[in-house]
Write a protein of this length. Structure first.
Length: 257
């Protein structure tokens, strides 16, 4: 994986060039809580005949250094410094779950740096169930053993998809996962999201139990001119459950810009 220094933090990312090489429109993906760049690999491959893309390992995730952050504005600023470090602007910025919160916050603060946004399995508010937050805290503090929970997947998800999800889940420490959930739990821009004036694609899984369809419907109502797609049969982890459907929807949106 390529790497770059962002301040004193070594950051890894994935990159595909696309047919348009260095000159074309770039898509940058931001993963969700406890995730990493590899979760986007199949989606990036689905775009690569036309569009180049990058996916970042946020601090403390995947192969990046650091211990994660407790607030979405902190991740937003880190993402800005990352994009500055690699010299990207006028990009399409996409995010899943926590990453979608970071994208929304970025769009409010730095709209001039963006061409469009992709909001995938996310919401304008990302409250975490108190019992889930407490369970993750106990794992982070060593009170209980870390255990993968498939709640983010549709009930009918294939065993190999769940296995891939567990493998990627295991690459992030419980402490970083807990900090990510704290960042989600604090996030609430329901009163501000209508100030986003960028082309936006909103995608959710029809069986998403963490950020259900009504979250995406709210975003669709509040972001003027946005487009929304529901991928039936998928849960929260769209990029693993239905990567071809997701990349297809993104391609149609990018082609329309």
């Amino acid at each position: 994986m390529p790497e770059v220094m962002v301040g004193e933090t070594k950051v890894h990312y994935l990159e595909t060039k696309g047919r348009t090489g260095e000159e074309g429109m770039k898509v940058v993906f931001v993963h969700g809580s406890g995730g990493n760049a590899h979760l986007w690999r199949k989606v990036m491959d689905g775009l690569s005949d036309e569009y180049g893309s990058l996916a970042i390992d946020l601090p403390g995730h995947g192969e990046s250094a650091g211990q994660g952050m407790k607030r979405i504005p902190e991740y937003r600023e880190f993402l800005k410094h990352f994009l500055d470090a690699i010299g990207l602007e006028a990009i399409v910025l996409g995010g899943h779950s926590l990453g979608g919160g970071i994208v929304q916050d970025f769009a409010l603060m730095y709209p001039e740096k963006l061409r469009a946004i992709l909001l995938i399995g996310t919401g304008a508010r990302l409250r975490v169930l108190p019992q889930a937050l407490e369970r993750t805290r106990r794992m982070a503090e060593g009170e209980i053993e870390p255990k993968f929970d498939p709640w983010g997947f549709a009930a009918g998800a294939f065993p190999e998809v769940l296995a891939e999800g567990e493998r990627e889940w295991s690459k992030t420490s419980s402490l970083v996962r807990y900090r990510d959930l704290l960042a989600c739990d604090e996030f609430d821009i329901m009163g501000e999201v209508e100030k986003i004036h960028l082309p936006a694609l909103i995608v959710c899984g029809g069986e998403d139990r963490l950020t259900p369809v009504k979250y995406s419907e709210y975003l669709n109502r509040k972001i003027a001119g946005s487009k929304m797609e529901v991928i039936e049969g998928a849960g929260h982890m769209l990029m693993l459950e239905e990567p071809h459907a997701l990349s297809g929807g993104i391609l149609r949106f990018l082609d329309s810009l």
